[in-house]
Design a protein around this ligand. Structure first.
Ligand code: SF4
Ligand code: SF4
Length: 57
């Protein structure tokens, strides 16, 4: 299962994109982080990188 990024909570800082070991996270056209479900390995690294706790597993 990929992580879920709360689009209302995400402030678009990009921190999670930089820490993902497999490049599963990217910024969408609205400046929010989104997770590619086929790429995410569910490692949980991005959860602790987010300053606003927008990512959940
Ligand atoms: S859980 Fe791991 S693999 Fe999935 S998006 Fe977060 S950092 Fe990347
Ligand atoms: S770290 Fe959190 S606030 Fe920053 S882009 Fe990722 S999900 Fe959004």
């Amino acid at each position: 299962m990929p992580v879920n990024v709360n689009q209302d909570t995400c402030i678009g800082c990009g921190a999670c994109v930089g820490v993902c070991p497999v490049g599963a996270l990217s910024m969408n056209d609205e400046g929010k982080s989104v997770c590619d479900e086929g790429t995410c390995i569910d490692c949980g690294t991005c959860l602790s990188a987010c300053p606003v706790e927008a990512i959940s597993q």
